[in-house]
Design a protein around this ligand. Structure first.
Ligand code: GCW
Length: 720
């Protein structure tokens, strides 16, 4: 027995190592503190924790501190039953600690709002206490997570005060999860909501999910697909939802559901879903009352209506505002809200898809009730690798507008490719809208600072599933993380957020930081280059949206790749100026007047707005055709460079995560080549010009590419 001990120990350590690095713990992997001085400080703080009250959020703080202490220090923390004697770390709300905060200090913390917090050292009778103080128990939880992150990233300093507050009211994940656990555009397994076994069985993942979200300040989730199933509104399903809502509540997370507009017909035995019909209104009122009976802090409904075949008010000759307001009336007595999506793709409208949302929503400005938010995708087409910001931002003055980003990489290589989205979101958020005033940005509109709206929202379509590491690709976690951070503060820098995530995920080694940061910060541009450079868009294969398909026609022939790139023997690109669809005019005149001239259009959006000759001269002096080639080729080269960089870290990253990412980068490179080769061979059939000399000549045969779906198919979904 004795002799086996080292072997068992070894096995234990080995398994521990593997488990610790399978990615499950996300950025909350509290690893042993490496610096002796910090370890000493933290050890002292954790040896005398005093809670200034009792409530469910403090229970969670306690559990989190215990987890952290075991990870950081390999021991349990100890608590003090007395606030002075033996106490070093104070946990409480501003009110609970008011006697130790001067009036001015109290006022400052109060001004941070209900979710704002302060952490720092309080000196009382000559002794230092480190305090985690929120304006509410949930805010104290936020202070705790921030404190733990600072330890984990080796930046904790007791002499520095830190305060923070949320700039956006609703920071929300939208799950596109179906009740059968498939996920629309989900690439990391199945839905984490196990409807079948709820309400009886509570998967521990629900708790870890809530922890992760709370650690980022995400405070709302919509559980179900916007292509909605009315069943979620049945009483037995609401019982299941209640279990999740009860778990999430102390983490400060509110639950929303998607409402299928035709539910009164499907489940209320009514003949209509007309929002002005009394019986329909009663149906919704009763449903909503039933939901609030079970879930008193229910958030409200997220609705996709009259888009891609979803039912909506247009069937009854009513507009979006009439539809949304009817639901808003049912919700408002309970404090609930309606989030109404502006993603309206109607096959009946014979207009540039780009224009539809503005055409339908601008005339309704001022007609939506106060508890309605119109949720707008970041761009007017559909989560393309790169889009200019959506022209609805700035176009309406009396409508609450929320942002919808897509965290799941539907058009960006799904869970196979490493694409850090922080930089893309930053580009959108920092775009100038020039409306309502000249200095306005998208961020300023959605956080209310420019638009003055009270109800503010940033939503992200979730990339979370049942995969052990939650997001399929380890780096998908960085996008969940970045989304949370930018929703908390849309003015944060994507670079800073990436640094934070790297430290929390990979530890403290400088070379690891610099290499991974470079990989992350170049990854989005690389993907744009090898997929859809210079403003090209929607060139993906039909339905799956994964690999290249610039040649794809069929189905709705007018809305496939050919519709979007418009390549012909003369040139390429979508003319959205006044000689074309005119969509450019939906932007402020500062933009539309300038960009009507291709020479004044940022080249990254050139072919989004202009159809130009193959020999059009670019800023570099190259022709458009050459530049397209250089971009595709450049994208491939960056993808290769990403793997070279990663491989230099082989000895500095645990083998499980190293190999996971390394293998996926291998696939990414092959796919980037596939994109480049097939797209360039295809466009050459129109351009009829040789490839620029400096690029790698695209290999293969166009017919072959056209016949193949793409090398690494993620599979076709049954409902496609
Ligand atoms: O991006 C498209 C997706 C659809 C999705 C739709 C939407 C939920 O391809 O799968 O449906 O957008 O945002 O409603």
């Amino acid at each position: 027995m004795k002799n086996l001990f080292p072997l068992i120990l070894c096995l234990f350590l080995f398994t521990g190592h593997i488990q610790a690095n399978d990615g499950y713990k996300l950025w909350l992997d509290y690893q042993p503190i490496e610096h002796a001085e910090l370890e000493q400080t933290v050890s002292e703080l954790f040896s005398g924790i005093y809670f200034y009250g009792e409530n469910p959020s403090y229970d969670i703080i306690q559990k989190e501190l215990e987890l952290a202490s075991q990870g950081f220090l390999n021991k349990m923390p100890s608590y003090s039953s007395e606030r002075f004697q033996g106490a070093n770390l104070w946990v409480g709300t501003r009110e609970e600690l008011s006697q130790f905060l001067g009036l001015e200090h109290q006022a400052k913390i109060k001004a941070l709002g209900e979710e704002g917090y302060w952490r720092g050292t309080i000196i009382h009778e000559g002794k230092n206490y480190y305090a985690l103080i929120g304006n509410s128990p949930v805010a104290t939880l936020y202070a705790t997570f921030d404190f733990l992150k600072s330890i984990q990233s080796n930046t904790f300093d007791g002499s520095i005060e830190k305060s923070d507050f949320q700039k956006v009211k609703l920071r929300m994940l939208n799950h596109w999860d179906n009740l059968d656990r498939t996920v629309e555009r989900g690439y990391s397994g199945f839905s984490i909501w196990d409807w079948h076994r709820l309400p009886g069985y509570v998967d521990p993942r629900y708790i870890d999910y809530a922890r992760a979200n709370a650690s980022l300040g995400i405070n709302a989730v919509s559980l179900t697909n916007v292509n909605a199933n009315a069943w979620i509104l049945r009483e037995d399903f609401v019982e299941k939802v209640k279990v999740l809502a009860d778990i999430f509540r102390p983490y400060g997370i509110q639950v929303f559901l998607t409402a299928r507009f035709s539910a009164p017909i499907e489940m209320g035995n009514l003949e209509t879903a007309d929002p002005l019909d009394k019986q329909v209104q009663n149906f919704w009122k009763e449903r909503v009352d039933m939901i609030y009976e079970a879930i008193p802090d229910f958030g409200g409904f997220l609705v996709k209506a009259n888009s891609e075949g979803q039912p909506g008010p247009h069937e009854y000759g009513r507009n979006h505002a009439e539809g949304a307001n009817m639901l808003a009336d049912a919700l408002s007595p309970h404090g609930g809200i309606v989030i109404w999506r502006a993603f309206v793709y109607s096959h009946e409208i014979d207009e540039d898809r780009h224009k539809q949302a503005n055409l339908e929503f601008e005339p309704l400005d001022g007609k939506f009730q106060d508890n309605v938010i119109v949720q707008v995708k970041n761009g007017a087409i559909d989560f393309q690798p790169r889009e200019p910001f959506h022209p609805l931002f700035g176009a309406v003055k009396e409508t609450n507008l929320g942002m919808e980003f897509q965290i799941t990489q539907e058009y960006l290589g799904q869970a196979t490719q490493l694409v850090y989205l922080g930089t893309m979101w930053e580009e959108i958020l920092q775009s100038k809208t020039y409306r309502p005033t000249a200095s306005n940005t998208v961020a300023g509109i959605i956080d209310g600072s420019d638009s003055k709206q009270n109800l503010t929202l940033m939503a992200g379509v979730s990339n979370i599933g049942t995969d052990r590491n939650w997001t399929g690709h380890l780096f998908g976690q960085s996008n969940w993380y970045a989304f949370g951070q930018l929703a908390w503060d849309p003015d944060r820098s994507a670079e800073e957020v990436s640094e934070e995530w790297i430290k929390l995920t990979f530890g403290q080694k400088a070379e690891v930081h610099s290499k991974i940061k470079e990989i992350m910060l170049t990854s989005h541009e690389a993907a744009v280059n090898y997929m859809t450079p210079l403003g090209l868009h929607h060139l993906m294969g039909r339905s799956h949206h994964y690999g290249p398909g610039p040649w794809v026609e069929g189905g709705r022939a007018d809305w496939t790749s050919l519709y979007y790139h418009r390549a012909d023997s003369l040139g390429i690109g979508f003319d959205r100026t006044e000689t074309g669809s005119g969509a450019l005019e939906q932007y402020a005149s500062e933009i539309s007047q300038k960009w009507t001239n291709p020479k004044q259009t940022p080249e990254k959006f050139l072919l989004w707005f202009h159809h130009l000759p193959w020999d059009y001269e670019m800023q570099s002096g190259n022709t458009l055709w050459e530049e397209i080639g250089l971009h595709y080729d450049g994208g491939v080269k960056t993808a290769r460079e990403m793997r070279t960089q990663w491989r230099q870290l082989e000895n500095q990253i645990d083998s499980a995560r190293f190999s996971h990412v390394d293998q996926l980068l291998g696939i990414q490179i092959e796919e980037a080549e596939w994109w480049r080769n097939s797209s360039l061979l295809y466009f050459q059939t129109f351009a009829d010009r040789p490839f620029p000399e400096s690029i790698e000549k695209p290999e293969g045969d166009l017919e072959f590419y056209k016949q193949q779906r793409f090398p690494f198919a993620p599979g076709i979904r049954p409902n496609w």
